[in-house]
Design a protein. Structure first.
Length: 94
């Protein structure tokens, strides 16, 4: 389920970046997210299209931000953010 959600987000992202609909910049937002929102890297993945996808989370407040970096570009784009972050147990039940 999580993989399907991530793939849907990436499909949206790839077309949105090409249409310049996402806020992007050349500065890595990690320091800003840490200092202003106490959000720290929670997960990192590389999509099938080569996008670097980083999820930042504040486990105390539940806020989260997803930042995507297109391949071969020095851009950082905010895909989305929100509240109510919860960690799910994805281990298989026996």
């Amino acid at each position: 389920m999580l993989k399907i959600s991530l793939m849907c987000c990436l499909l949206f992202f790839s077309s949105a970046v090409m249409a310049n609909n996402l806020p992007c910049g050349s500065t890595n937002p990690a320091e800003y997210l840490e200092n202003d929102h106490s959000e720290y890297p929670y997960s990192i993945a590389i999509s099938n299209r080569g996008f670097l996808v980083t999820t930042y989370v504040n486990s105390d407040s539940g806020t989260w931000t997803i930042v995507v970096q297109p391949p071969d570009k020095k851009l950082f784009c905010f895909l989305d953010g929100g509240t109510g972050w919860n960690k799910m147990d994805i281990s298989k039940k026996k």
